[in-house]
Design a protein around this ligand. Sequence first.
Ligand code: PHE
Ligand code: FE
Length: 300
Amino acid sequence: MTTIRREYTSDFSIEQNWQDYSAEEHAIWRLLFERQQRLLVDRACNEFLEGLDSLGVAAEGIPDFRRLSGVLDDATGWRIVAVPGVVPDDVFFAYLARRRFPSTCFIRRRDQLDYLQEPDIFHDICGHVPLLMNPVFADYMQAYGAGGLKALGLGHLQHLARLYWYTVEFGLIATQKGLRIYGSGILSSAGESVYCLEDPRPHRVRFDLRRVMRTRYRIDDFQKVYFVIDDFQQLFDATRPDFAPIYREIAALPDIEPDMLGDADRQFAVERGQKNGLQYDRSPSLGRKRLEDVRQHHNR
Ligand code: PHE
Ligand code: FE
């Protein structure tokens, strides 16, 4: 068993203590990694696959944050900070605003390969960190952190949390080769990696900032709707305006249910699948707990 030291500092950072991971923990990483590698090669967007490649996370097993931070820092000025689990919203946003990505260190057990309620190191490192190698996405995440601190102050975290959910965690991107995945919650889930692109049931709707901020989301099942961006620059530009007046505008409108379509929605058709009878397991993705916490926080 790994004994990760739990000496909390005021910023919730801990030591990763990479040397303490057991052979079993490295083996679980390799299992998850190889499975996603097969699924994602023609499903994830190029920016993700390139980021993963240049980070050099692969068959080596659980990566050492010291090495990853060095590579990441050289590329985009981001670094990884080890944390014990979900950190408070203000701490989380403050990290992002300073180009620090708080990552968990523990890995799920072998009997939890498909579903875990909270983010683990596989979700955080394999799902989130590769895109931080992309300059535009790296800037988006920093801007999101600053925007999070602002939304907290304005009491509109719920609206901003939906943006995170439907972009950073569950976003799709339209490429010349068809729809591809960039959301980390999907990228770290075997089942949803296939479902989101190939199952005819969920809606795939062109990204619209206000539409996203009004749309509730499921934390206990695959998504009913995915929002599709053209590229990261579009996402960055769409989120550049001051959100304060947008929050006020949206607060006056009703929420949209995840499975509801509106007249203004521009849908994408499902492009593949159904061929040989779609097969995936029904367990939902990871990375849900953080935003569930955000929601509870908001409802208090
Ligand atoms: N422009 C947003 C604001 O004024 C900040 C933000 C940027 C939020 C990018 C999310 C993503 O609040
Ligand atoms: Fe996540």
